[in-house]
Design a protein around this ligand. Sequence first.
Ligand code: AMP
Length: 514
Amino acid sequence: MNIAALLAKAALSFPERPAIASGVEPWSDYANFHHASGAIAHALKGRYGLKSGERVAIAMSNRPEFLECLFAIWYAGLVAVPVNAKLHPSELAYIFENSGSRACFTSPELAPAIEELSADVTLLEFVISADSDTYRALKSGDTMAYAERAPEDPAWLFYTSGTTGRPKGATLSHRNLLVMTLSYFADMDPISSHDSVMHAAPLSHGSGLYALPHIAKAANNIIPESGGFDAAEVLGLIPHYSGVTLFGAPTMIVRMMNSPAMADADTTNLKLLYYGGAPMYVADVEQALRIFGSKLEQIYGQGEAPMNISYLSREFYADRAHPRYAERIASAGIARTDLEFRVVDENDKALPTGEAGEVVVRGDIVMIGYWQDPEATAAALRGGWLHTGDVGSVDEDGFLTLMDRSKDMIISGGTNIYPREIEEVLLRHDEVREASVVGRPHPEWGEEVVAFVVRREGANVAAEALDALCLDNIARFKRPKQYFFETSLPKNNYGKVMKRDLRDRLAAESDGTD
Ligand code: AMP
């Protein structure tokens, strides 16, 4: 089944339900959304001459047209390549080239840069800005029914955030997206046409995935007018809608909680607050539980296995009396219904309960492979399991606890040290706002532990106090040997700390002193 059928069916049964809103204003109902997608699809095939299976990029900030373009691409039997609008032009060019995109939908602020890029990208011929007369004309032309697609045909090239190298296009099939949608209803939450989802995180990434189960059930997609994440705007929009689901990276949730707007925010209409995409430290989870209580859920996933591999549902957050409650809320939860995960050693041998190793996943949400990269595909999917590159362990009840990306693990004196454990301790200090721990090459130990810390405003906590905190809580050899106090940490466009940049900085500094 073409995943576009989700929209066509919703439009058939719920034509007048609000489908897309811009801030507090209704923007499109389901009948219009369906019609616009069919019309743009018709133009992509006819006027632009695109052939089934060709790739079309979407490089735009969050705006209502994003969803029309996404579905138009699928109606036409083409493959969508949503890219983060905040990427550097050279990164955008790389993704356009790598995906072989022939057309690109964009937003007015990016259109000139993308027009310029298109001259150097081999196959990119058409750049269509969402606020242009051309776009409006496409929407009002003849329409088409969605094309036939086989379940294993590619639907979405989901480019990884590239924290460890060049982004790779995780190729998601129509089946992958359908199974992801179905298991949302099975494990995460039921949805009705009176519910809504707020897209405050990039639609090109996690939030776009959340659109699918909501469109399948004719719920409303709210796009904040800023096109990005603004804590006060998001909090202000919640009371205007019913049954609101919101997904955010941990940094977004933390910013929301620390925003002055939180004090008198009315979150009654918030149904669910998902966080995921990066670790959230226990101190922050506890604050979120105090503020949002029973509405908090966590997901752990990656572009290669969307939208999630495991989840920690409201049920577990609420079960405070459980003897392993503290471990559970620090974990990434249990496996979804449709998949299996396990933890393996470097020879792919399954490890016993509680032992740390690489998390591998098997099931119908696992990507077909990396776009035109057989070598990386074979490495990632060896033995029929997706190798996530994440280090974790599974307890006797099936809860997965993530330590770190395997590339972020520190090996000191032959012992594995997981930075997250140390970061968790540092964040317990009232005056620490952010902390990131990395390994620095050391002639004797291989690597030594170093911490980068951002203090809260007006705070002046020193290395000695943090060292004492570590001595009280973790083994001596895990203590950071040096602290760097920073005003901010380098983050990528998804709010993930770029540990590679921190390591590069340390390398440059030690080169300078040699
Ligand atoms: P991406 O494919 O860009 O979404 O990145 C996925 C990666 O983000 C995963 O492989 C994990 O390393 C990390 N990640 C996602 N969700 C979580 C979570 N709930 N807790 C910790 N790390 C996470």
